[in-house]
Ligand binder design. Structure first.
Ligand SMILES: Cc1cc2nc3c(=O)[nH]c(=O)nc-3n(C[C@H](O)[C@H](O)[C@H](O)COP(=O)(O)O)c2cc1C
Length: 192
């Protein structure tokens, strides 16, 4: 792996010639890279130009999940983009079940954000995720030992998941059912 010449993420763009009159360089970067006119209608357009399934990433509420299904998404990825954008965005593991319930099996729900060990995978599957996705751990493996490092991280997660399944008495992924986990919501409901 070759590290970018610049030492920070801001370094992925030239940092010297940014007009910061109306705010910080980060604000300027967001303004230039994110289109504020983006709306649910764009999913329709996207579907019209490709036969590929379109999965919508960044959903963390029941309301958006229902809108995504209505807009024709083939799947949903519960994600807060690694919590790198909005402080206090909900942890995706906490938002997952609400989204799963809202979707009601209409499309698969995947999740990412903070998956660091096999038990995280097990929790997500128990709360209804069809699959989990992993971002930074694989990048860390890649940075440390290239392709072998990335592969090692995935194998490690796999081994940890198998161990967690064994310890929870799950012989298959299908046996990772909702009753295998106890959430904060469960705890609060039990007090009512
Ligand atoms: C360096 C970096 C850049 C990212 N860029 C984007 C992006 O452009 N769009 C996006 O939806 N998510 C982006 N993400 C978020 C990832 O796609 C993914 O949702 C997140 O990393 C998963 O969380 P985890 O890293 O805790 O596993 C980025 C993440 C990292 C670490």
């Amino acid at each position: 792996m070759v590290a970018p010449a610049n030492a920070n993420l801001e370094g992925l763009m030239p940092i010297d010639d940014l007009d910061t009159t109306d705010g910080s360089k980060l604000e300027k970067y967001a303004r230039d890279t994110l289109d504020p006119s983006l709306s649910w209608k764009d999913v329709e357009w996207l579907k019209s130009i490709t036969g590929l399934p379109i999965l919508l990433k960044g959903i963390v509420t029941a309301e958006d999940a229902r809108k995504a299904v209505e807009a024709g998404a083939a799947g949903i990825i519960v994600s807060n983009h690694g919590a790198r954008q909005l402080d206090y965005a909900p942890a995706t593991i906490s938002a997952l079940e609400e989204v799963v319930k809202a979707v009601g099996g209409a499309v698969p729900v995947l999740v990412d954000g903070g998956v660091r060990r096999g038990t995280d995978v097990l929790k997500a599957l128990a709360l209804g995720a069809r699959a989990v996705m992993v971002g930074r751990p694989v990048l860390y493996g890649l940075a440390a030992r290239g392709e072998a490092g990335a592969k090692h991280v995935i194998e490690m997660l796999n081994r940890e998941l198998e161990l967690a399944m064994a310890l929870c008495g799950c012989r298959s992924v299908a046996e990772i059912t909702r009753d295998r986990v106890h959430t904060e919501g469960d705890r609060l409901r039990s007090l009512l």
